[in-house]
Design a protein around this ligand. Structure first.
Ligand code: PXP
Length: 241
């Protein structure tokens, strides 16, 4: 069974909707660990739309499992990673207007820049993963730039609109996993995984860890609603009622 790393970005999305102090992604990370998560993932975006540097620093101090920092391959983010020292860094492409990460990194087209960034991170004792589409050329290029791990983008599999398309995407993911392992790169997977589509991915031999965020946070809001309402009603009740 792969390890489960929980991405708590969208707990911060909810907090930032009101610029309040809660819900706190640091507390959510604590509860995710208590429930058995093997790691916590956060994406510090350049526009700071959800996770803030304060969250990253507190998570570094408080989590007991493993901190995976997702970030764009930029000088600013490299500096932050070197100072915070997460247990691993996952480099992801980032566009300001996108709602969420839209695709994998183009490692093939950015060999020089990524070689430089990966080597700077590794010189600072950071373990580096690259978020890539299930494409064999991107896997080979990830090896060339010195990545320790690839995270295979499962978004297209998750969004498949027919069984044939789903199976085709699953085949691509399996091939990318097999090729990565053959050339000596460790493998994670994630994006768009949820309670209906995770099983087939979790069964692929060789995927060490899954990074899942949105579906877990969305479910937590729903399964926690009844208790939250009961607690509020109990507070509203007068002693004689
Ligand atoms: N992996 C990477 C590289 C991501 O950018 C994200 C989204 O932040 C995830 C996994 C988690 O995706 P989701 O929120 O759809 O589970």
């Amino acid at each position: 069974m792969p390890k489960l790393n929980v991405n708590v970005d969208h707990v911060a999305t909810l907090r930032q909707a009101r610029r309040e102090k809660e819900p706190d992604p640091v507390f959510a990370a604590y509860l995710a660990e208590l429930a058995g998560a093997s790691g916590i993932v956060v994406h510090l975006r350049e526009d700071r739309r959800h996770i803030q540097e304060r969250d990253l620093k507190l998570l570094r101090e408080t989590i007991k499992t493993k901190l995976n920092l997702e970030m764009a391959p930029t000088e600013e983010m490299v500096k932050i990673a070197i100072s915070v020292k997460p247990d691993m860094v996952t480099l992801v492409p980032e566009k300001r207007q996108e709602i969420t990460t839209e695709g994998g990194l183009d490692v093939v087209g950015n060999i020089d820049n990524l070689t430089r960034i990966v080597s700077t991170l590794k010189e600072n004792a950071l373990f580096v993963s690259l978020f890539i589409d299930p494409d064999l050329e991107q896997v080979q290029a990830s090896k060339r730039v010195g990545a320790d791990m690839v995270e295979i983008h499962t978004g297209r599999y998750a969004e498949a609109t027919s069984e044939a398309q789903r199976q085709a995407e699953l085949r691509k993911i399996k091939e990318a996993v097999a090729t990565s392992l053959k050339i000596g790169i460790r493998v994670a997977a994630g994006h768009g995984l949820n309670y209906s589509n995770v099983k087939d991915i979790a069964r692929i031999q060789g995927i060490e860890e899954l990074n899942i965020g949105y579906s877990i946070v969305a479910r937590a809001v729903i399964v926690g609603m009844e208790r939250a309402v009961r607690e509020m009603l109990a507070l509203c009740k007068l002693p004689e009622e």
